[in-house]
Write a protein that binds this ligand. Structure first.
Ligand SMILES: C=C(O[C@@H]1C=C(C(=O)O)C=C[C@H]1O)C(=O)O
Length: 393
């Protein structure tokens, strides 16, 4: 049994991988030192010039070692993204010292294994303090749990690249007094998960959250003779399949989530869009201050008058103040048929004079306008290296 010829080589690989991790940890501690200097000197966290120079030099060195430039670029995009997000978290923590608590109580949809659970884990991994997970059955229950102070934060999915905006969450934001304090984007890779040895042809019942059905409509359209049953969350669907333990039932959810319920994957990549991502918002009782050195997003909700061109007038305010809107969403106003609430995501910091002026003018132009939150933007755009093409030629 010890004559596995791969063993000695694998031992060397394992040792090298451990070294890589040690070096990454050392890099992280250096970039944290950079963050401390940036705090002291008021320097912006992101430095695209430095990133570009670094990437070019790494690509050239990589080529000498026989490493593909695309591989090196992809690898360092991940490393730099992590470094930027860590630095942003450090600057945010410094600007909001009241938030440092030993325990973060977080409400989210479903339980262990749901996409919201995975997003919650990811977001709070950069924050200090332990995480207390509070799984809920609906978006209304999540909001209520934070409003009644049984949780400090809620993590809510707000939009998805395949199915668009999550209307139920927008509707909850219309009435809440909670503030948006953060955001994150998480890849969502739907799989078909089963509890026993089976195949696609034998499945007769599929359990999933309605959002998942919407995101996988092309795949579902190709199936016949299958009943789809909506579940409150992805984790509820996985639990159901685990309990039934039959070859004719399956759940739709992530591979990582399925593992927690002993489920295995028989089909993967089920979403309509190859790049399927969900954006989540984090909400809390109190607003946060976003340091000017990190990119910020501000979300507003407003209702215009019924006059012709009222929405255009409101949007002109943003244009005149040089403020960039990244998203506009409209939702009906409950009880006022044919009237709309508009939700706007704006690139900008509430502490910035130009933003303050734009919001004052919006308040004067619209029937109702409220800031739902100003928060660090975790939408990290990778630095493109124009030299990659030249280097690969
Ligand atoms: C670490 C720094 O902060 C950011 C992250 C970088 C990195 O991880 O290499 C490079 C430039 C900055 O966008 C830095 O400014 O040196």
């Amino acid at each position: 049994m010890s004559d596995n010829p791969l063993l000695p080589i694998r031992e060397k690989i394992t040792a090298l991988d451990k070294n890589l991790l040690e070096m990454l940890a050392e890099r992280q501690s250096l970039t944290n030192q950079v963050a401390a200097t940036k705090i002291a000197e008021g320097i912006d966290v992101r430095d695209p010039k430095r990133e570009e120079q670094l990437l070019i030099s790494l690509i050239k060195t990589g080529q000498k070692f026989g490493l593909d430039p695309h591989y090196v670029t992809k690898l360092f995009h991940v490393i730099i993204e992590d470094s930027v997000l860590n630095q942003q978290a450090l600057l945010s923590a410094k600007a909001n010292p009241d938030l440092a608590t030993p325990l973060n109580r977080v409400a989210f949809l479903g339980s262990k294994g749901s996409y919201s659970y995975l997003a919650t884990q990811k977001y709070f991994s950069r924050r200090s303090g332990e995480l207390l997970e509070i799984g809920c059955d609906s978006f209304a229950e999540i909001i209520e749990t934070v409003e009644s102070n049984q949780a400090d934060y809620a993590v809510l999915p707000i939009e998805n690249t395949s199915s668009g905006s999550i209307n139920e969450v927008y509707d909850q934001l219309q009435h809440t007094r909670l503030s948006i304090v953060g955001e994150l984007t998480h890849p969502v890779q739907h799989c078909l998960l089963v509890a026993t040895d089976t195949k696609l042809e034998d499945i007769r019942t599929l359990y999933a959250h309605p959002q998942v059905f919407a995101q996988c409509s092309h795949f579902l359209g190709k199936l016949s003779d299958i009943e789809v049953i909506p579940a409150d969350s992805t984790s509820a669907a996985m639990l159901k399949v685990n309990e039934l333990n039959r070859p004719d039932v399956a759940a739709m959810g992530s591979e990582a989530g399925g593992k927690l319920y002993g489920l295995s994957v028989i089909e993967s990549n089920l979403a309509n869009q190859k790049e399927n991502h969900s954006r989540f918002i984090v909400v809390a009782q109190n607003a946060v201050t976003v340091p000017l050195q990190i990119p910020a997003k501000t979300t507003l909700v407003m209702a215009t008058t019924q006059a012709p061109g009222a929405l255009v007038d409101a949007l002109m305010v943003l244009k005149e103040n040089g403020v960039n809107m990244t998203k506009l969403e409209s939702r009906p106003i409950n009880g006022n048929p044919w009237e709309e609430m508009f939700y706007l995501d704006i690139e900008g910091n509430l502490q910035d004079g130009k933003m303050q002026q734009a919001i004052e003018q919006l308040k004067a132009t619209t029937r109702f306008c409220k800031v739902l939150g100003c928060y660090p933007s975790e939408d990290i755009k990778h630095t493109a290296v124009s030299a990659v093409a030249a280097l690969t030629d």
